[in-house]
Design a protein around this ligand. Structure first.
Ligand code: SAM
Length: 294
């Protein structure tokens, strides 16, 4: 049996936030839709119970996020404690990755996404407050043990929108082990002035690609341009995106979160046993609906 909502959307993956804490201060951060500061982070036991309960519905893919998941010293332990799954991935800012990529891979992490809004040290610092050289070392380490590595570039008008070609050149160096993911900015932090014209970006990709594929998840498009693989994520006003959303979120304090953009339909599963979580997962399905409807 699958976990399916009233709109026929079956859940295939969980996106689990491990912490609200982060080592950077990105000017655009949506904090995975978590608006409160969370002190009581889920225990390993709760995380494992949620994953076990979801697995009974065939959910076999997990992505860890945050905050910054590597802020949790027990991240490797969390991964090692999970039941067998098809895919365990994470999204990170990459700041601590150089020293932990191998231990994460050894623990069972399959692959990783790394946020990289700019290659320019000045721009990177302006956008995140951090040091891009640490991220670049993290990418080099991850390519060795967690490929394919995805670089997440949130597009920001006047900051990095002229850097897409440079970023494509950058990933070409890694000969297929690094994929560029261009992400449409969601305005959570009064950042409307940074919104790019996403149609123009899509047209540019379409007219330059030798091949275009569509992923099942969100019907995201992938473009192949002179050896560079580029994926476009455009969530805003996109009913196709919502209609093909097959993931369920979990907040870092253990609530099922059916939609990034809503906080009025959370279901608390913290410190609950797997049997109880099974029922609460069904309840979350009753509360799940597309944010943008066709
Ligand atoms: N700290 C980790 C990281 O940097 O990947 C995980 C948390 S971060 C919130 C997860 C992803 O959300 C990153 O790929 C980031 O680029 C993306 N993101 C954050 N704020 C966003 C926004 N306002 N619009 C679109 N994507 C955003």
């Amino acid at each position: 049996m699958q976990l399916t909502d009233a709109y026929g959307r079956a859940i295939k993956s969980l996106r689990i936030s491990l912490t609200n804490r982060c080592s950077l201060k990105c000017i655009y951060c949506h904090r995975e839709g978590e608006t409160r500061d969370i002190k009581n982070e889920m225990s390993i036991e709760t995380i494992v119970n949620i994953v076990r309960a979801s697995k009974t519905f065939g959910v076999n893919r997990i992505k860890f996020s945050g905050g910054e998941p590597l802020m949790r010293d027990d991240f490797e332990n969390i991964i090692r404690s999970l039941p067998g799954l098809k895919d365990i991935s994470a999204t990170t800012n990459g700041i601590y990755l150089a020293s932990r990529a191998q231990s994460l891979a050894d623990s069972g992490l399959s692959r990783i996404n790394i946020s990289l809004p700019s290659l320019s040290p000045e721009k990177y610092r302006k956008v995140t407050g951090g040091d891009v050289s640490r991220v670049l070392s993290g990418i080099d380490a991850a390519v060795e043990c967690l490929a394919p590595v995805k670089l997440n570039m949130v597009l920001l008008k006047g900051i990095n929108d002229t850097e897409i070609l440079k970023m494509m050149d950058f990933i070409r160096r890694y000969e297929g082990k690094v994929i560029l993911q261009l992400i449409e900015l969601m305005d959570f932090q009064k950042t409307a002035k940074y919104k790019v014209n996403i149609n123009e970006i899509e047209q540019f990709l379409e007219s330059n690609a030798s091949e275009i594929k569509e992923r099942e998840m969100h019907r995201r498009k992938k473009y192949y341009i002179d050896g560079a693989e580029v994926e476009l994520v455009r969530p805003i006003d996109n009913s196709h995106f919502c209609a093909n959303c097959n993931r369920l979120r979990v907040t870092s304090d253990g609530r099922l979160k059916p939609c990034l953009l809503r906080n009025d339909n959370l279901v608390d599963v913290n410190n609950k046993e797997p049997e109880e979580i099974v029922e609460l997962l069904k309840l979350a399905m009753d509360k799940r609906e597309p944010f943008y409807k066709g």
